[in-house]
Design a protein around this ligand. Structure first.
Ligand SMILES: Cc1cc2nc3c(=O)[nH]c(=O)nc-3n(C[C@H](O)[C@H](O)[C@H](O)COP(=O)(O)OP(=O)(O)OC[C@H]3O[C@@H](n4cnc5c(N)ncnc54)[C@H](O)[C@@H]3O)c2cc1C
Length: 379
């Protein structure tokens, strides 16, 4: 029997139905075009905005869905159930927009959030630099105050939505000598003079994700673009990273359930030595293991999702969720690729796409070694 999920309400499930229809109707048929273009087209962003699938947890008064993180979670799950690859909707809606909602002044929220909720303004977050991503406090991009402006110099890399973004939440050093106590978050519009996009990076997977290099050469922004207090950025990041890590765990659980179905369908059809691949005991055992992992993962992730909805999820718990979910998915994916034989290595098959797309989940949102370090601190 599958896990009976008690974490969602009826209004969450209603949103799930419309998200499922939207992804099947508007996104699945466009995946191939997105992969070739190397990005998700703007029209689909705007459609997602019109359908209420962007910024579901941002309050109504700023143009959002007025929901909670449960609404974000069902949209995210449906994206991964549909096998959508490389769409930056959740990053935009559930990772970056919440910073503005939580830290922004009333004027900032009124100015920025409405066009973010419609998809007219696409967001990116710039933390990682060419010299390193795990050690955020070592960031070298600087923002120096001159009168009523910050002057920004530096570069970022691996930035998701980087080629499409209209606005970037940038991690800058406002007091370079102060380490983690000298970091600030500054919103930078990409039409500012001195901003430049570099290469769109050619990745192993997620071809439709426009992961890019960004350069800032004396970019001037008003001091009113600072989010929250100056030099408090590191603390803000650590708090919000818990939700980002839960998001990764949620999509890993949804992906594992989908890929188990994909693999079962394949092995029951494929024949070898006069029987189906399913008929080998090894296949049954591998997929029984995957099922047990999927059920255990679902139980764990729903528990942590419930904790988050009660605002009780800790940084430590989010690290456990992210670590366990992504390592479990990876282990099962490797077995499932094996059961597909050579076809498991060809991108025409969803299992191969998934193998390429999800590998990075053990690195992004904080490498899993950093998760282990966070967990070990409490042992
Ligand atoms: C597809 C993709 C999308 C991304 N999107 C974004 C984005 O939108 N915005 C953004 O800012 N960044 C983004 N990133 C960057 C991502 O967050 C970083 O790659 C990640 O934080 C690791 O940083 P790094 O690549 O510099 O690795 P490094 O910091 O150089 O680490 C390399 C390896 O060293 C080991 N290591 C590091 N620290 C420790 C430690 N404390 N203990 C033990 N081992 C350790 C780990 O094995 C780690 O994988 C993205 C990356 C990819 C690939």
């Amino acid at each position: 029997m599958d896990v009976i999920r008690t974490v969602f309400r009826e209004d969450h499930e209603m949103l799930r139905d419309s998200a499922r229809r939207f992804f099947e109707r508007e996104c699945v048929p466009r995946q191939c075009a997105w992969d070739q273009a190397g990005r998700v087209d703007r029209e689909t962003w705007l459609k997602a905005g019109r359908e209420g699938l962007l910024c579901a947890a941002i309050p109504f008064e700023y143009g959002g869905g007025g929901g909670d993180f449960g609404h974000s979670a069902v949209i995210l799950e449906e994206t991964h159930r549909a096998g959508i690859s490389g769409a930056g909707f959740s990053l935009h809606s559930d990772i970056i927009a919440p910073y503005i909602n939580r830290l922004g002044t009333e004027a900032q929220k009124q100015k920025w959030l409405p066009s973010i909720c419609t998809g007219e303004t696409i967001l990116a977050v710039g933390i990682t630099e060419p010299g390193g991503g795990s050690d955020v406090k070592a960031a070298r991009t600087t923002a120096v105050r001159e009168g009523d402006e910050y002057v920004i110099n530096g570069s970022k890399t691996f930035i998701s939505n980087g080629m499409s973004a209209d606005m970037i939440m940038l991690v800058c050093k406002t007091d370079p000598a102060a380490g983690s106590k000298g970091i600030s978050l500054i919103m930078v519009e990409t039409n500012r003079e001195g901003f430049r996009r570099g290469r769109k990076l050619q990745k192993v997977g997620q071809p439709a994700a426009d992961t890019a290099e960004l350069f800032f050469d004396n970019v001037r922004v008003p001091v009113g673009n600072l989010l929250g207090e100056p030099n408090h950025g590191f603390g803000y990041l650590m708090q919000e990273l818990a939700q980002e890590r839960l998001i990764i765990a949620l999509y890993a659980a949804a992906a594992l359930e989908r890929l188990l179905g994909v693999t079962l369908e394949y092995v029951k059809d494929r024949r070898a030595f006069g029987q189906t691949v399913w008929d080998f005991q090894n296949t049954k055992f591998k997929l029984a293991d995957a099922k047990a992992h999927a059920v255990a993962l679902r139980t764990m992730v729903d528990y942590y999702l419930g904790e988050h909805l009660r605002r009780k999820l800790t940084v430590h718990e989010a690290a456990i969720a992210k670590l366990h979910a992504t390592e479990t998915l990876w282990k099962c994916l490797d077995d499932m690729v094996q059961l597909h034989g050579g076809y498991g290595y060809t991108l025409e098959y969803p299992i191969a796409r998934a193998f390429a797309d999800y590998r990075v989940s053990r690195v992004v949102g904080g490498a899993n070694e950093v998760m282990r370090d966070l967990i070990a601190r409490k042992l």
